[in-house]
Design a protein around this ligand. Sequence first.
Ligand code: BES
Ligand code: MN
Ligand code: ZN
Length: 498
Amino acid sequence: MVFRYSIEKPQSLAVESLVLFVPTFERIRDKFLKELDTASAGGITTILSSGEFTGKEGEVAAIIRPRGYKAQRAILVGLGEQKKLNPDSFRKAAGTVSRFRGLTTSKTAAFYLGSYENEKFYQAAIEGYLLGGFQLLDFKSRETKEHESKLAQITFAVENQVLLKKVRSKVERGAIIADGQLLVRRLSFTPANFLTPSKLAREARQLARKYRFNCQVLDEKAIYKEKMGGLLAVAKGSTESPRFIVLKYRGGRAAMKSIVLVGKGVTFDSGGISLKDRLNMHEMKGDMSGAAVVLAALVTAARLKLPLNLIGLMPTTENMPSGSATRPGDIITMRKGLTVEIINTDAEGRLILADTLDYAGKFGPEAVIDIATLTGASLYVLGYAGASILGNNPQLVDRLKKASDFTAEKVWEMPIWDDHRQLMKSEIADLVNSGGRQAGTIAASAFLENFIGDWPWAHIDIAYCDLEPHGKPYTPKGATGFGLRLLVELLSNWKKLR
Ligand code: BES
Ligand code: MN
Ligand code: ZN
């Protein structure tokens, strides 16, 4: 895809499809709509009065061969109410238009962005376009190519020189971020027979080489040497051996402390001996979405050249039932030395995260943020709509909330109280790995808290946000890549925590 930037009027853009972003309107007031109405012999008046297009979210309409325009068609896409206009209005509109046949059958297009002053709108528009058109075709044998978009060039047109500079830098940035999110979607969508722990490690190594950051992979023996009893207990039931992936990106000054990102990388979660219900078990190929977000965050940070030092930690394993699997009732010893009574082998994520959070301490981190498809209880907390965040540092939680305002990946804080900590105590070991049915999302965090050092920590539970059940403007049905934009936005505005 080639991006071009120009200062041009809608009329002079010589492309197949001219895309116009339009807020709701009852009368034709905007200059460019008036001109288009005249050029199409009242075309806008017609689609407005028929109700076909009024600028609402989700609406698209095309006007073919407007006279006096160099473009073959003008595509109008609705932004919703002018009063409520925000970056996500552009993300959604661009996502909607990304699958519109008039556009996908064109080779060249222009997005006319006129005189919008808010440069975040530009970034959101390219993000929405690239995210909305995502399809995973790798596993289709035929009958697919015709659905692919032919679009090869987009010209971003604005009104003046100042905006031209802004649009270029924001579109470049947005494209890199969307790319990162698409990497998460691709990895999350890839089935577990194609994405084992060792294959995920290979993918990480290749990306690290390509984008010039460091990648080190601990195999089962090295994991054993690290005494990661939690990760080993989960991996024991599988014929695929685990990998512990360590990524390092150094874009900051040498003395700067690292920010550590931790992602759950269960490449398939059958539940183990506490086997899951068969319904939707296939979706557990996506139980490595947190790890994918971490990998993509390092790739994106490297591509954006963020002036930070980052560590990415991805504990990866399968959780399978077998004769060698960990049993309910077993007691294991974690890297930290704490003992855990396994009540339910399906509560495996917290075991691998706990060892990893403990390991994170050795970097003397500025902050540690973990992201994981951790608890099914998330469905009853915020549903598919957003992620719970928990942690020990209000400032860090606040920053995540702030980042989510722009990225529109919603997060909300949940507390960890002593009553929840109590749930995770064992009669005969230090901790249990499951506190039963109540407060599942919080209880998992109360477990993790035992492995946190004297540093700021935030935990993001993305269970269910990692999957879109129906399809939304820029989120086709399936893996969403939730969390990538959020972490990149957080890191892009990073200042030392007080
Ligand atoms: N990976 C699951 C959580 C999950 C469930 C993510 C559904 C996305 C969709 C996790 O490993 C798990 O099984 N958690 C259990 C813990 C319980 C046994 C304490 C859960 O939440 O049911
Ligand atoms: Mn599980
Ligand atoms: Zn899991």
